[in-house]
Every structure is written in structure tokens, then in C-alpha cells.
Design a protein around this ligand. Structure first.
Ligand code: FAD
Length: 507
């Protein structure tokens, strides 16, 4: 009889819960899933409309960036789920795979056609369950994806008609082969409740005898013996202990994976020395290449009529578009404008009155600004230095100005006339490039999609190889948002799920 395989999966987030499900399907595979948080008990986690309000609670890691010169010196709070389900317990539930061309960048980075959209399609389908089976939509996966129509807010329906008036196509949803167009957001909601990867993938298999889940366990450090991870240091309320490792998969997410490796002595020798950590393996690329989507919040309008609260998750429709014009309907989008049926502003502005205002968020789908993150000390509690270098490039600033122009165009469309009681922010006097830049710098907020800190690649300098195995160790893989080499056009959760599904399928 073959020896059982023992795998430690570190992090029960979006990727970790899928990995635990898929790997433990084989009874000969003994799987241990380790998570700092617990099973979510706060009912607000499952109430879709509560999502913007649950950040900063005990189940959020609540990181902070360093002050950002590109955003008027502001510090940005970065929510990350600390619970079974990870950030799928905090996120805004919009499900968008990305445009096929987004994955061409992954193929270019890895030299591996297995990361193309066509090759990933079976993995997207394997995780998803739509109401209807089509050539592109699966019904066999665990994660429900609803395409709302009747539930959509009347102001959002006007927003969608406004885009059609301006020439954008009305799509059935955003998960076809083209993304440029307007549609209500596809949502990972079932029966009015958020579905996390914990609910969808882990809860149904908790009874498997070969699956052990350890909650309330913080991973502090990896111990190495040569090219092998030999143990994982964890801390629970019962004290410190070391888990023995067979295979190890890091699924702590794009922030915590590189931090754990750095605390364990892997990374840029200068960063490690400054943090007081002896360097075991020099890997300067670790924590580099950090990038994220931002949205500017936003063009805020006074409403001519009362804005009823959203029955979904507030930002009910994002319209993707080309910078080359609203008549360009194919290829990857460059810009996005969303309609939030509530006031939405950054902390730099006073919050306008709910019920009387609505917001057009706008942003850039493929930012070129790149930053880095690093440890500042040897312990988990030492706050990391997170520097995404937001709005560092002229490309990003120019695209943001254009996105603002597009938001104003739809805001002034005939379809929006019934709602438009005048622009409150930024205000008609804000129109020169310098004034627009200054407003955007104060208004931009994270769209919550940090990636690429352990990017996969063909080059020896990449942290993981195209098969997601860490280059420096024989029994370590990294499988989550950190391996994404270039951000897709939209929210990344669907892509993270497909990465986990693909990794499990290749074993
Ligand atoms: P995570 O899901 O964050 O999982 C990491 C897990 O590791 C967590 O459970 C964490 O507690 C655990 N962990 C971390 N460090 C340790 C440690 N030291 N010890 C033990 N455990 C640890 N994407 C979309 O597609 N659509 C959206 O609408 C959307 N909105 C978002 C809104 C918000 C507020 C946020 C935060 C994210 C949003 N995202 C959205 C992004 C998406 O949710 C994430 O990209 C995705 O969940 C990341 O998955 P992951 O597996 O890489 O990491």
C-alpha cells in the first residue's frame, strides 16, 4: 500500500478552503488545514448589504499601507479576512473571471499555456454554480453565482440604460468572452446570504476522517532543513507548538505569504537584516511587484428622488470600457465605472447623507504602478511595511482622469435624468487636469485586490515556478492571490478560486 500523503495547508481563506476540499477527496491524502481565525459567528458576515461595515472587526487583519505620495499622503486600510473563508467573508461578492486577454499576460509571464483563459475555463466552471448550464457557465461547482435582474435597484437600471445610450453594449453578465459592456454584477449570494468559500467548499466535507481543521492557530514561522520545510511553528491559546510537515501549501494570501517567508529567513537580505532576521535564502523578488486596483469614490450626485437602500451589495453594476472609446467593444477593458446607490467617499471627505445621494465610482483595470511589502521585525505582531505606490505612474493618473470623464458622461445621460439632482463631488469647478489629479488623489480607495507578491514566472528570479512550487524548497507550494503575476481587469476572487482548483487538479 502506498504511504499516505500528509499535506499542511496554511490559511483557510478563499484558496485554502478549496484546496482542503479537493485534496481530501482522496482518502489516502491526509490533510491538515491551519487557520488563525475561526468559523464566522457574526450574522453580519452573511448579510450582503453589511459588507462595507464589517471591516475592522475582530475577524479582519486590518493592515495599513505606509503614507502614499500618489494619494495626497494618505494611509490606506487594507481589510483581509481572518476567519474560515478568509477574505471571501469580507468581500463585496462580485464574481468576474476577467477578460481572456488578461490571462495572456499570465502565459507570457510563465511561458505556460496552462494559464490561458481557455485552459483555465474548466477550473472556473468546476468552482461555479450558475442557475443555468451554458457553454461558459457551469452548474456543477460549489460556489453559487447569481445574476440579478429583478433585484437590481431602479437607479442602477437607469445607469445601465445610460451606458447603452452612450454606446456600450448591454451584456447578459460579465462572465462571457467579452467584458466590455454593462450588466448587473454577478454575485456569490444564495437565498439572500453571502456564500464564503468556507460555507461552499469546507463545511460540506468537515466530516472526512482524513481532514483535520485547526482554527485559532497563528502561523509564526517555517523551519527548514536544507531544501525542505521541516516544521511549522504555530501559536494557539494552548501555547506554541510545531507541526511536522510532509507537503506544505501556503494559502495565507498576498500579504501574509511573503511576510511568513520573510520571518522565516527568505527574502531580500537587506530587508531581512533591517528586520533582525538571519537570511537563510536570498530571494529578492519576494514581496515585490505588489499591485492593486483602486476606485475613486467618487462622482457623488444629489438625488432628485429618494434613493432606497440596495437589496444587494450597494455597488450593483460595474461598467467596463476601453480607453479608446465607447464604440470599442472587444478586448480587455481599461476603465471601469460603477454605480453605488449610496454615498461613497474616501475618509478625506465628509460623508454625504444616505437616501439623498448616490455615487459613480471609477477606476483603472490594469494599473502599472508597482510597490512592495516587507517585514519590519521578526514577529507576527510587527506591523509590515506595505507600499503599493498607488498612482505612481502617469499611465494610472491619465486613465483615472479619463475614467472620471466617463463617469460624468453617464451621470449626465438622459437615462440618469430622473435621478440627477446635480454633481456634489468633485463639483463642476474641478475640470483642469491638475484639479482632477488633486481630487482623484484624495478620493481614491483600494478596490481590495492586492496580488503578485509571490508571483509565478518562467524566470529563475520568480518566487514560484509555473506549477506553483516554490523555487527554493522541495516540499512547498504557494497557491492563492500572491502568485498572480499581473492583475486581471476586475475583482480577482474568481481567479483565486480557479488557481486553487487548477493546482489541486494537477496533483
Ligand atoms: P484570503 O482569502 O485572504 O485567505 C488567507 C487566509 O489565511 C485567511 O483566512 C487568514 O486568516 C489566514 N492567515 C493569514 N495569515 C495567517 C497566519 N499568520 N496564521 C494563520 N492564518 C493566517 N474579490 C472579488 O472577486 N469580488 C469582490 O467583490 C471583492 N471585494 C473585496 C472586498 C474586500 C473588503 C476584500 C478584503 C476583498 C475583496 N475581494 C473581492 C478580493 C478577494 O476577496 C481576495 O482577493 C481573495 O479572497 C483572496 O484570497 P486568498 O486565498 O488569496 O486569501
Amino acid at each position: 500500500m502506498p504511504a499516505p500523503i500528509d499535506t499542511l495547508i496554511l490559511g483557510a481563506g478563499s484558496a485554502g478552503c478549496i484546496l482542503a476540499n479537493r485534496l481530501s477527496r482522496d482518502p489516502a491524502h491526509r490533510v491538515t488545514l491551519v487557520e488563525a481565525g475561526g468559523f464566522p459567528t457574526d450574522p453580519d458576515v452573511f448579510a450582503p448589504a453589511m459588507w462595507p461595515l464589517i471591516q475592522g472587526r475582530s475577524y479582519d487583519w486590518d493592515y495599513e499601507t505606509v503614507p502614499q505620495p500618489g494619494t495626497a499622503g494618505r494611509v490606506h486600510r487594507w481589510a483581509r479576512g481572518r476567519m474560515i473563508g478568509g477574505s471571501s467573508g469580507l468581500h463585496a461578492m462580485f464574481h468576474l473571471r476577467g477578460h481572456p486577454a488578461d490571462f495572456d499576460a499570465w502565459v507570457a509571464a510563465t511561458g505556460d499555456a496552462g494559464w490561458s483563459y481557455e485552459a483555465l475555463l474548466p477550473h472556473f466552471r468546476a468552482t461555479e454554480s450558475y442557475a443555468e448550464e451554458t457553454a461558459l457557465h457551469g452548474t456543477g461547482g460549489e460556489m453559487p453565482v447569481m445574476i440579478p435582474e429583478a433585484e437590481t435597484h431602479p437607479a442602477v437600471r437607469s445607469f445601465i440604460r445610460g451606458w447603452q445610450e452612450l454606446g456600450l453594449p448591454r451584456l447578459p453578465d460579465h462572465n462571457g468572452r467579452e467584458v466590455i459592456g454593462t450588466a448587473p454584477n454577478s454575485l456569490t449570494i444564495r437565498d439572500g446570504r453571502r456564500v464564503t468559500t468556507g460555507t461552499a467548499f469546507l463545511a460540506p466535507v468537515l466530516g472526512r476522517p482524513n481532514l483535520r481543521v485547526i482554527t485559532g492557530a497563528e502561523v509564526h514561522r517555517l523551519r527548514f532543513a536544507g531544501r525542505r520545510v521541516r516544521g511549522v511553528e504555530i501559536r494557539t491559546t494552548a501555547g506554541d507548538s510545531v507541526l511536522e510537515a510532509g507537503e506544505v501549501i501556503l494559502a495565507l494570501g498576498a500579504i501574509a505569504d511573503p511576510l511568513l517567508l520573510m520571518r522565516s529567513g527568505v527574502g531580500d537580505p537587506a530587508v531581512l537584516a533591517a528586520a533582525g532576521v538571519p537570511c537563510r535564502v536570498a530571494r529578492p523578488e519576494l514581496g515585490q511587484n505588489l499591485h492593486d486596483h483602486m476606485l475613486a469614490a467618487g462622482v457623488v450626485y444629489r438625488a432628485r428622488q429618494n434613493i432606497a437602500p440596495s437589496r444587494l451589495q450597494h455597488s450593483e453594476s460595474l461598467a467596463y470600457q476601453s480607453a479608446r472609446g465607447l464604440d470599442v467593444h472587444t478586448g480587455a477593458p481599461d476603465l471601469v465605472v460603477g454605480c453605488v446607490v449610496a454615498p461613497s467617499v474616501s475618509e478625506a471627505f465628509a460623508m454625504p447623507a444616505p437616501g439623498e445621494t448616490y455615487t459613480l465610482l471609477f477606476g483603472v483595470t490594469h494599473p502599472t504602478s508597482r510597490g512592495a511589502l516587507a517585514i519590519t521585525g521578526p514577529e507576527l505582531r510587527d506591523a509590515p511595511r506595505i507600499d503599493p505606490r498607488y498612482l505612481h505612474t502617469e499611465h494610472d493618473r491619465r486613465m483615472f482622469r479619463l475614467a472620471l470623464e466617463r463617469a460624468r458622461a453617464v451621470g449626465e445621460s438622459a437615462a440618469m435624468r430622473a435621478w440627477n439632482g446635480g454633481e456634489l463631488l468633485p463639483g463642476a469647478d474641478v475640470s483642469s487636469p491638475a484639479a482632477l489629479d488633486a481630487f482623484i488623489a484624495r478620493a481614491a480607495i483600494t478596490h481590495h485586490h492586492p496580488v503578485a507578491t509571490c508571483a509565478m514566472g518562467a524566470a529563475d528570479t520568480s518566487v514560484v515556478a509555473p506549477d506553483l512550487r516554490a523555487r527554493d524548497f522541495d516540499n512547498l507550494a504557494i497557491v492563492d492571490a500572491s502568485v498572480i503575476p499581473a492583475i486581471p481587469c476586475g475583482p480577482i476572487h474568481a481567479a483565486v478560486m480557479a488557481i486553487a482548483e487548477k493546482y489541486a487538479a494537477q496533483l
